[in-house]
Write a protein that binds this ligand. Sequence first.
Ligand code: 1AE
Length: 415
Amino acid sequence: MNNNKYCIAAYRCFDDKADFHKKAASIAVGLTVGSWTELPEAKKQSMEKHLGKVVSIDVHEPDAQAQPGTPAAERYADIRIAYPDINFSRDIPALLVTIFGKLSMDGKIKLLDIEFSEDFAASFPGPKFGVEGVRGLLNVHDRPLLMSIFKSVIGYDLPELREQFYQQALGGVDLIKDDEILFENPLTPVERRVEACMAAAKDAESQTGQKLLYAVNLTGPTFNLKAQAKKAIGAGANALLFNVLAYGYDTLSELAADPDVRVPIAAHPAVAGAIYPSPHYGIAAPLLLGKLMRLAGADLVLFPSPYGSVTMPKEETIGIKDALLAAEPNRKKSFPVPSAGIHPGLVPLILRDFGAESVVNAGGGIHGHPMGTAAGGRAFRQAIEAAAANTKLADYATSERPELKAAIELWGVKE
Ligand code: 1AE
């Protein structure tokens, strides 16, 4: 088997009594040539290059001591199957339909990982900017970035959004993202919204001296998205937010590869919860929100952190981070953005677990600050400074930093 020409899928398959060797062989044959034993010898020769191959099978027998309901208490096998590249075109939908199309509905089976062949991977340019490119646009190279999220957007008009944007920008954030539920609407249509917010960014920059990216939500029917992206960029947008899983990876990959879409793209994880959480079904989070997002071209990827309001198990979040930041010779890294319910008191944990090549991201943790939105941003910046200085937040929250002090009085600290 030539590794350059096969993509290898790793599955976890649960069954109380199945013969996993038979199961693996039936996947390898069934998802490629359909049937093998019934083929005449001459046909077998010509079909060999299309035939899937079982790479490994590790059977796990139930552990009687394990807590009932956990995978360790169940009988399962980790199975790896190699699929010949010759069977599918060079796009993510074709690969996913091959390795986990019908199979995703065939009993308790979860897709854990994919090792792309060199040839398949080489068809995807990946993130246009990546970690270094985004840092370059912001001219920030020595600390984790800070992103803030618009909250209360629906039913608000342009002056109201402009003011909300301005307050976020004054707090010293590096990126501001739309809320993912803000779609094209008569009160704040995308071009007008971008113009108003970029004007507010300029006003704030004259106060703070800080550059800022505004990730405007790219929405609407799929076939209009490129036109919509170009409209937003024409109006001055310098980043995009995109609900990748609602549209499909291929849409992201088309946008990222388009030379006219010359801004970073932040991938929102909306709908991911319908796919990754079960131990028995779906697609593992590090693949869903890590490897595939990066392959498709996301410059930044949001996902639930292990400790906020909407959470994900820590090992899965670390798996996402590792997939986004793994060294790959021909692909830029994507920024991990652990999110949801983040407040300044969580910054030490975020930076311990995700490191300096990450983006601290908050909505309610900025707008809900008792001294207002701009103070919310400042409290986060102070928390990031404290982590860089290796100082405990409580020690850093002196009267000279009333914003951090107020934040940790309200939300506390987890270290
Ligand atoms: C995992 C996505 C987080 C997100 O999009 C969002 O809006 C978070 O808001 P807060 O920080 O929880 O208010």
